[in-house]
Structures are given as structure tokens and as C-alpha cells.
Design a binder for this molecule. Structure first.
Ligand SMILES: [Cu+2]
Length: 182
């Protein structure tokens, strides 16, 4: 009796140990996007990546929502904030977290097939070097809710530096490709 209990426990322990350490190490929380105004062509998705394991890297994103789904960031070029496609992905440190948030990293949906509606849930897939594909369910927020989300974090710092007219255009994802400064 006692012997078989220990044998069973050993088998369970062996099974747990054989699971790939990576796949379960990445978790995504707080995923959100913003409702489209009218027939705007683009959208952005924000979330927090938490990594319970070894260093990993987010290298891409896919969705069926838009023509293109890209990893973007904002950079300061002099006093002007510009939006850029991320080159080579974004490191997710071991036992650390990375926030994709307004004014910083985001997943850009270029050429939305349908406008995003508040309350809707959208699905995308994030691609990690080690963890592979990780599905994300993001809630589409109203403009009001979205601006509350945006007022936490990087935006505060950016506001202190003064909001330039160019910056407003670059940060407004509903402005379309024409206003993006790449
Ligand atoms: Cu962007």
C-alpha cells in the first residue's frame, strides 16, 4: 500500500518535470484595445507580459482582424514622438514583465477589416522565441475607458516633456497611415 503510494507520487513528479518549462512561463494579462471612431483603418492592442521562467523574446504577432499585425514602439526623435515597427522583437526578462502600453510598445493592427466596437473581444496570437504562440483575448474599451488606461504609465512622462502637434498625430492610432511618422 505504502509502497504503491510512493511509486505513484514518483510518476506524477516525473510527469510534471517532463512538461516543457517554457510554454507555461509566459502569461498575458490586462489586454485591451480601443473602439474605432468611424471607419478608421488602424487599431492598437496593449497588454502586460509576465514571464515566470527564463529569458524569452516576443518576436511577432498575428491576427485575422487586419491586413497586417505588427509589433510597434514609440521613440523620441528630438522632441518628436514617432511610431516604429520593432526590429528583432522585445526581450522579456527572466522572472520579469514587459508592459505594452500607450506611448510605448503596442501591437498595431493595420488595415482593420471591421471597426472595433466597445465591449467586443478580439483574438490575436503573440509569437515568442521560446514559448511559441500565445493566444490573447483583448477587450475593446470605449474611448473614455481607454483614456483612463492610457493615463497610467508612460504617457505621464511624455506629457511632462510637452505634447507637440506632431506627437499627437503619431500617437493617435485612429489617424490613419498618413499621419504616422515612420
Ligand atoms: Cu503603431
Amino acid at each position: 500500500m505504502r509502497k504503491s503510494f510512493f511509486a505513484g507520487a514518483a510518476i506524477v513528479a516525473a510527469l510534471l518535470a517532463s512538461f516543457p518549462a517554457f510554454a507555461g512561463d509566459i502569461s498575458i494579462s490586462n489586454a485591451w484595445s480601443k473602439e474605432s471612431i468611424g471607419r478608421v483603418p488602424n487599431g492598437a492592442v496593449f497588454f502586460t507580459i509576465e514571464n515566470a521562467g527564463a529569458e524569452d523574446r516576443i518576436i511577432g504577432a498575428t491576427s485575422s482582424l487586419a491586413d497586417k499585425t505588427e509589433l510597434h514602439t514609440h521613440i523620441m526623435d528630438g522632441n518628436v514622438m514617432k511610431m516604429r515597427q520593432v526590429d528583432g522583437g522585445v526581450e522579456v526578462p527572466a522572472h520579469g514583465a514587459v508592459a505594452f502600453k500607450p506611448g510605448s510598445y503596442h501591437v498595431m493592427l493595420i488595415g482593420l477589416h471591421d471597426p472595433l466596437k466597445a465591449g467586443q473581444h478580439i483574438a490575436l496570437t503573440l509569437q515568442f522565441e521560446k514559448a511559441g504562440d500565445v493566444p490573447v483575448d483583448a477587450e475593446v474599451l470605449t474611448l473614455d475607458e481607454a483614456s483612463k488606461m492610457a493615463s497610467h504609465g508612460a504617457m505621464k512622462m511624455d506629457m511632462k516633456q510637452g505634447m507637440k502637434p506632431d506627437m499627437k498625430g503619431a500617437m493617435d492610432h485612429s489617424g490613419g497611415m498618413g499621419k504616422m511618422k515612420n
